[in-house]
Ligand binder design. Structure first.
Ligand code: DX5
Ligand code: ZN
Length: 218
């Protein structure tokens, strides 16, 4: 299934609750929640209290993208805050398999993210144990960056790997996705689309409708 996952990193934090409600009303299926620790990535975003405060506003999938060192330390807390899907970076886990297991043990969905330069071989053997692969289409750390073109090949190669193994793993893309390139990444094989600035800059409901229109399955 194709799903839009607006990244609230680009939201107006003074009106976060209203904007999350609006995303829900407009039909965005996921809410993408970027957690940054100032170590794995240069910036610091937000953590448990913010996620908890918006959990009651929507039943949409909380898609929590952990850009933090050794996320295994905090899985229980993010689940307690209402995460439905937790994505960890292969680059930030000394023991990726153990981290995946810790997420699965909580009975929620599990994703693994790869930075642009990280090869697909990093997830090849764990692919049957995860629900989603997140291909970073920018270097993680900030919203509003430019899409890196070679990541399209990576999405295509991943789709081939998933099909070859007979799996149904979701492919999420994150970073620099807009109304001009969304069809290209979907043609390459992505089915979960993260968009931050392209959703929150301008008219949110109009932006969400335009994305959903382009993402409609034919
Ligand atoms: C970047 C984050 C993204 C970011 C996307 O490190 O993981 O989710 O919010 O923002 P845009 O769509 O503006 O590139
Ligand atoms: Zn993200």
């Amino acid at each position: 299934m194709n799903c839009l996952s607006p990244s609230i990193l680009s939201a107006d934090f003074a009106n976060l609750g209203d904007q999350v409600r609006l995303l829900d009303e407009c039909g965005a299926q996921y809410v993408h929640i970027d957690v940054m620790d100032g170590s794995f990535v240069p910036s610091i975003s937000f953590g448990f209290p913010i996620i908890k405060s918006i959990r009651g506003l929507t039943d949409r999938i909380f898609d929590v993208h952990l850009m933090i060192d050794e996320p295994i330390r905090y899985i229980d807390e993010f689940v307690a805050c209402g995460a439905d899907l937790i994505t960890v970076h292969a680059e930030s886990c000394a023991h990726l398999d153990r981290t995946i297991q810790a997420i699965r043990d909580k009975g929620i969905l599990c994703g693994v993210a790869l930075n642009p330069a990280t090869p697909l071989s990093a997830i090849e053997y764990v692919l049957p144990n995860i629900d989603m692969v997140l291909i970073m289409t920018v270097n993680p750390g900030f919203g509003g960056q430019k899409f890196i073109p070679y990541t399209l090949d990576k999405v295509r190669d991943l789709k081939r790997m998933i099909d070859k193994k007979g799996l149904k793993t979701d492919i999420e893309v994150d970073g620099g996705i807009n109304l001009e390139n969304v069809e290209r990444v979907m043609d390459a094989g992505a089915n979960i689309i993260v968009a931050g600035s392209a959703v929150f800059h301008g008219d949110i409901s109009e932006n969400v409708s335009c994305f959903l229109e382009k993402m409609r399955e034919v």
